[in-house]
Design a protein around this ligand. Structure first.
Ligand SMILES: Nc1ncnc2c1ncn2[C@@H]1O[C@H](COP(=O)(O)OP(=O)(O)OP(=O)(O)O)[C@@H](O)[C@H]1O
Ligand SMILES: [Mg+2]
Length: 286
């Protein structure tokens, strides 16, 4: 299993950051912000949500997320990663499913302050999936200068915080191009241990590329039987190899097959400098 630790040594600094080298992620959360004042939303977590970290914590899938958490923690402790973009080459690869599980894994039932940002303004499924309605969020912050800390909700029983997509009144891609995005992410990174950003796919939109410039690193999701190798390669090239921390494979049928077949007989690029960070079984393939 040693290859799981074979992570890229250099991670890109967010475009907005003026620091070099360590981002100081291992330092304590700097803020005085009173997290206990954030309103809580109690949600019903059904098995259909595929949040196996909550619904099936003893499953192999949940174990895969714990392993991913361990890998990410090492980078966090080294001060390399605090904000992480989750994207994929195509629609429906499983980005949001991976983001929900990873947020739940990293939060460790509330021990860590984890913020999940619903930055897919074109197709915001998280808020809907969690059964929240009419919630203000990212779009309102970027469009009207709303303070993001005033619209974040704590999601229970999952133990993390959500900044919803909010109400869209402008072109989403233009909103993500505003300077306000960098300021917003900097502000939020100072208040949370982890900031996860759930994004649209890399193609055909440029939103993921814009968001990747503001995050410390990017996790690419690929789905077994769905994501063609060429589109994965193209996504890595578009994002820039240095920004891609690793590839999460969603929907693999069996880990045995994975271990025996993945590295020797790769369907996905492994020799271009981007190593598979983690292999995740987020649920059986339909
Ligand atoms: N491993 C899996 N096996 C079966 N179904 C899955 C798996 N992973 C995700 N799904 C389902 O596939 C659908 C798409 O997943 P998800 O919303 O996570 O993808 P996405 O990449 O975020 O999509 P979009 O590009 O629309 O944002 C959802 O209904 C989800 O429950
Ligand atoms: Mg999604």
């Amino acid at each position: 299993m040693s290859h799981f630790f074979d992570l890229p040594k250099r991670l890109s600094e967010p475009a907005s950051s003026s620091s070099s080298g360590s981002i100081g992620a291992s330092e304590k959360v700097t803020a005085e912000f009173p997290h206990h004042t954030i309103p809580t939303e109690e949600v019903q977590v059904l098995p259909e949500s595929r949040i196996v970290m909550y619904t099936d914590p003893r499953s192999a899938g949940a174990d895969r997320f714990r392993f991913l958490r361990m890998c990410l923690r090492e980078l966090w402790n080294a001060g390399k990663v605090r904000s992480l973009l989750i994207t994929s080459p195509l629609p429906k690869d499983g980005k949001s499913t991976i983001a929900l599980n990873l947020a739940t894994a990293l939060a460790e039932k509330g021990k860590r302050k984890v913020l999940l940002i619903e930055a897919d303004l074109h197709h915001p499924t998280l808020t809907e999936q969690l059964g929240l309605d009419g919630v203000r969020g990212l779009a309102d912050c970027l469009d009207n200068g709303l303070d993001p800390l005033s619209v974040i909700r704590r999601i229970e029983p999952l133990g993390w915080y959500l900044l919803s997509a909010g109400e869209l009144r402008s072109n989403p891609t233009e909103l993500l191009q505003t300077e306000a995005l960098a300021g917003l992410l900097q502000k939020l990174s100072a208040q949370f241990d982890w900031v996860l950003i759930d994004s649209p796919p890399v193609t055909p939109l440029i939103d993921a590329l814009l968001l990747a410039r503001q995050a410390n690193a990017t996790l690419l999701v690929a789905r077994e039987g769905h994501t063609p190798r060429e589109t994965l390669e193209k996504a890595v090239a578009l994002l820039g190899q240095q920004r891609v921390l690793g590839i999460v494979l969603n929907g693999m049928e069996g880990l045995d097959r994975l271990y025996s077949g993945y590295y020797g007989n790769s369907r996905y690029p492994t020799n271009n400098g981007v190593k598979p960070l983690r292999l995740v079984e987020a649920g059986k393939r339909t």
